[in-house]
Design a protein around this ligand. Sequence first.
Ligand code: GLU
Length: 424
Amino acid sequence: MGQGGAQRPSVYDNVMRQFDKAADLMKLDPDIRKILATTKNEIIVHFPVKMDDGTIEMFSGYRVQHNDVLGPYKGGLRFHPSVDLDEVRALATWMTWKSALVDIPFGGAKGGIQFEPAEYSPRELERITRRFAFSLGCSIGPEYDIPAPDVNTNPQIMAWILDTYLSMMPPQERNRSVHVVTGKPVGLGGSLGRDKATGQGIVYLIEQWAKDSDFDLHGATYTVQGFGNVGGWAARLLKPHGARLVAVEDATGAIANPEGIDPDKLAEHVKVHRGVRGYARMDLIDHETFLSTSADLFIPAALENQITAETASLLDVKLVAEGANGPTDPDGDLILEEKGIDLLPDVLCNAGGVIVSYYEWLQNKRSEFWELEEVDGKLQRRLLVAYGRVRDTARRVGTDWRTAAYMIALSRLERVYKERGIFP
Ligand code: GLU
């Protein structure tokens, strides 16, 4: 997808620009500002893995722990060639804001391995994952730092990390440590509803936005970028509302059909062909045409820096609902505002994943197993409380929704730092 230019823009710069804007506006305590502008721990591991042909390949893995004042570090692991320290720092920082905004007792972290998983066999993928978990060792832990799925990782990957981590523990510790990762397969202590949680959260929020905006989702049109766990679920869960998916883009290309693309059938295709390319023999459209597609809603659910100074002007939608982390850069934000496009910012819009991760973690700690209705109901209530706070803060202060979301998150962190003080 269009990154444009040889030099990759720094995603961490984007986070800091967003942070500075909110911190200035709310007059965040300057001492606490220094703390929150810095990550706590940055772990880089280089590790060897034996390939199927017997040769050894070296991999670089990352885990950045941004902040843990509200609770254990929490955040996903991604497997992607773009993973580097700058990106992981940014993603870890967003996790801190996200957990603070939706009021769950977690801090922020993120990690991953810099590689293209599609180029490796399933056995190699397992060895890469296990060796990464081994290299991280006690840098993760059920009450310390809890990974979860992210781009190109899934419940199976979490199961391998869990198994590797538990194998390093004394036997009597193992069964009480299953909450070292979330997003596990349900049979291994995963939660019902975790798989769809991020997409489900996006749809709950879009429903609320539609109510507030007097907008009828029935007959509405939407476009989705990224058809992985987040984009795929969001697209499918919007279908029962009578909305029509008119264009989709992923790493394999983009397709469009004004009559509508069936997200359930597309999901089947993507499972087999690993991308949207070739679906129903549709011709591919180019990236610019995709972004210019006229629709009511756009759900970016892929990577960072998609809506920028160059691309934001192409958008012809009423709402951008950010399923991805950091899809809009600060220049893109200004253009969206100028164009009067509403925004559900990432730290709110995609928080469903980490919220249900929290529910999974709680179920594991209490040896409980919740019904799907309970998980979904709790998720919806928590998200709508956060939505209401963001909307009201944006109105009261007269700012955009992203800045409002930051202000709420930063106030919570500021309050806790003031209460706890700094050691020594
Ligand atoms: N990777 C997801 C996110 O970016 C989920 C994180 C989690 O569940 O810990 O929010």
